[in-house]
Design a protein around this ligand. Structure first.
Ligand code: IMP
Ligand code: MG
Length: 173
């Protein structure tokens, strides 16, 4: 099945620019460490960090792999965060779905002694939260319906990450 565009690259660019400006206002007095979750956030984080015109922004990358059974959330494997004492951490991910990944990363950042922890996602599927999942991200690019999407970093079984648009994958299985 061919993926069909849901959010075009030009609209992604525009929204990411606005998110960058919003984050620059919020963090003007305390530049954040952006903690980008790999692999899904690689496009979003690359564009977003360049849209935040602040000095002192730091970028770190951690692998967060949710071993999924098809499209259902599964066990999370998260690379250690290290010591974040006194840091303002902005966790950046591609999408919040069940919210379980972000809940675990936010808890890990607090456990690593971060001064503050906030979250920013490109996409939000608000209808999909599970008990124990983060109820909401602090900064959201687009709310989308309960569809499986690929492109702009998001994958299905390792494929489609390179598509410039966010696309719907019909019947991902
Ligand atoms: P959560 O833990 O269920 O919130 O899911 C977070 C992770 O699941 C994201 O970082 C994605 O890697 C993956 N994910 C959730 N929904 C989709 C989707 O529609 N397409 C591709 N990946 C998804
Ligand atoms: Mg993924």
């Amino acid at each position: 099945m061919r993926p069909t565009p849901l959010i075009r690259a030009a609209d992604l660019r525009r929204r990411v620019r606005h998110l960058g400006a919003e984050l620059a206002r919020e963090y003007s007095a305390r530049p954040p460490i952006i903690l980008a979750l790999m692999d899904g956030a690689f496009c979003f984080a690359a564009d977003l960090c360049r849209a935040i015109p602040l000095e002192g922004v730091e970028l770190q990358f951690r692998r967060a792999a949710s071993y999924r059974d098809g499209t259902e959330p599964g066990r999370l494997e998260l690379e250690p965060l290290g010591d974040l004492a006194g840091e303002h951490v902005l966790v950046v991910d591609d999408i919040i779905d069940s919210g379980l990944t972000l809940a675990a990363v936010v808890a890990a950042a607090h456990a690593a002694r971060a001064e503050s922890v906030a979250t920013c996602v490109l996409l939000d599927k608000p209808g999909r939260r599970r008990p124990g999942g983060l109820p909401r991200a602090d900064h959201v690019g687009f709310a989308i319906p309960d569809l499986f999407v690929v492109g702009y970093g998001l994958d299905h079984q390792g494929r489609w990450r390179h598509l410039p648009d966010v696309c719907v994958l019909p019947d991902p299985g």
